[in-house]
Ligand binder design. Structure first.
Ligand code: MG
Length: 462
């Protein structure tokens, strides 16, 4: 990132120690995200979804146990029955919420945010993320303290069930692939579980279920995250070394709540996330073709892969909920978001799931007889560049117009900011959902053209 961009970020981006809003509740544990506040929010959740079963699970953050008790307390006070699944990945919690007849579910996780943060992810009865409207309604209940106060004879208890969610998740993923053929290959796999919620399940899944020779690091849920939580290539050096030291066929890395996946090839090289998604899409379409849904910032490599299978690609605004909504509308067979390592298969659950990704990629290697580097190398090559700039209120319209005028030949998509589609690439500018910044990205078939497009966007946006 150029220095000027860094300076702009430092000036405009404020880290919120506590945020209660339509994206839920997230904060630094201790002074800000307190048990009282968390219990009240859980009671609002219980009031909104109604008396009935609610699924609760968490990641491995040290604040998880404390917040879990606060969540239980709030839900019980609203007359809910709590099924606690303990430490499990977010997709596992979502699957169980959707398959157990629950009223809703809560995952206590701040995902890829730093260790000192924690948050609540909120799911409806199908295990899908609350939409904007539902979150606004919940927020009203919370702010007005319009809680249901269960009476003594409306009180329920907390039950534990860790086995059913794990079994259901694994069963669903196995249906997507040729399990016996994967087992027969005895793949040598490296794993970096970031000591996260997936640590135990990932070892079980890769070693016991898929018969891999597993070389794992950071799979102790009692220990802190040993690296930056987001599985970006620059923090996965230990995974790359593990792959090389043990001559592995592939390396996998997860984020703390197990929805995101990063992949290293057999040389230890960490594959671009858009290419990982493209390989998963290819693997999935090879078994069953149909519509594909990705966000506007995901690489055009998805279009090329889909075209090979005669499949149509639909593009959505950035955000898992947007992708899931359109996947449902068009009956998609696979979807996801490139840059953040999210692979979504409706046969498992309409959510990002790292286990679906691992299984599809192992299946692809097995079916093609190719190494991971050959699979990635067989994809059409695109180059992407990313930038961001501080958001100045009221300037967005002017900026977008300037950009459009600079590329009069471009096809335009205005679903999420502005995307300019050119003969040999694209530029996408949008305001972030979570920070007061404009994000922009450019893609082209050559590195030089991608640099030029990003530079052009960068110049016009400043
Ligand atoms: Mg996550």
């Amino acid at each position: 990132m150029p220095d000027e961009s860094r300076a702009a970020d430092a000036k405009h981006v404020r880290q919120h120690p506590l945020k209660i809003g339509v994206s839920g509740i997230r904060g630094v544990v201790g002074e800000f995200l307190t048990p009282a506040l968390t219990a009240a929010f859980a009671q609002a959740f219980g009031t909104y979804v109604g008396a009935g079963r609610v699924i609760v699970g968490r990641d491995t953050r040290s604040s998880g146990d404390m917040l879990q008790h606060a969540v239980h307390c709030g839900l019980l006070a609203a007359g809910c029955e709590v099924i606690d699944v303990g430490i499990l990945p977010t997709p596992t919690i979502q699957i169980f919420t959707g398959s157990s007849g629950a009223r809703g579910g809560l995952a206590i996780t701040a995902s890829h945010n730093p260790m000192e943060y924690n948050a609540l992810k909120l799911f409806g009865p199908h295990g899908l993320f609350f939409n904007h409207y539902e979150r606004a309604e919940l927020l009203d209940i919370y702010h007005e303290s319009a809680f249901k106060h269960a009476s003594n004879d409306e009180m329920h208890s907390v039950r534990s069930d860790r086995e059913t969610p794990v079994r259901t998740h694994v069963e669903r993923v196995l249906k997507l692939v040729d399990v016996e053929a994967i087992r027969a290959r005895k793949f040598r796999v490296a794993l970096d579980g970031v000591n996260g919620a997936g640590s135990e399940l990932s070892v079980h899944f890769l070693r016991d279920v898929l018969g891999c020779e597993l070389h794992a690091i950071s799979v102790d849920p009692m220990k802190p995250f040993p690296r930056e939580a987001e599985p970006k290539p620059e923090v996965l050096g230990d995974l790359s070394a593990l792959v090389r030291d043990h001559h592995c066929d592939v390396g996998f890395a997860q984020d703390p709540d197990g929805d995101r996946l990063a992949v290293a090839d057999e040389t230890g090289f960490v594959i671009d996330n858009d290419e990982v998604l493209a390989l998963a899409v290819d693997a999935s379409l090879a078994r069953k073709t149909g519509p594909v849904v990705v966000n506007l910032t995901t690489s055009a490599v998805i279009d090329d892969v889909a075209a090979r299978h005669g499949a149509q690609v639909h593009r959505t605004p950035v955000g898992e909920a947007n992708v899931v909504e359109i996947m449902t509308a068009v009956g998609a067979v696979i979807g996801g978001e490139g840059s953040n390592g999210g692979i979504i298969h409706p046969g498992v659950q309409l959510c990002r799931d790292s286990y679906t990704g691992m299984a599809l990629l192992l299946d692809r290697m097995q079916a093609s007889g190719k190494r991971m580097s050959e699979l990635a190398g067989g994809l059409p090559k695109y180059h992407r560049r990313y930038g961001k700039v501080g958001f100045q209120h009221g300037r967005l319209g002017t900026v977008m117009q300037t950009l459009e005028k600079a590329f009069p030949e471009a096809q335009i998509d205005r679903q999420d900011g502005l995307k300019l589609m050119l003969e040999d690439g694209w530029i996408h500018v949008r305001s972030s959902n979570t920070e007061p910044i404009l994000r922009y990205a450019a893609e082209a078939k050559t590195a030089a053209r991608a640099d030029d497009l990003l530079a052009a966007a960068s110049k016009l946006l400043r």
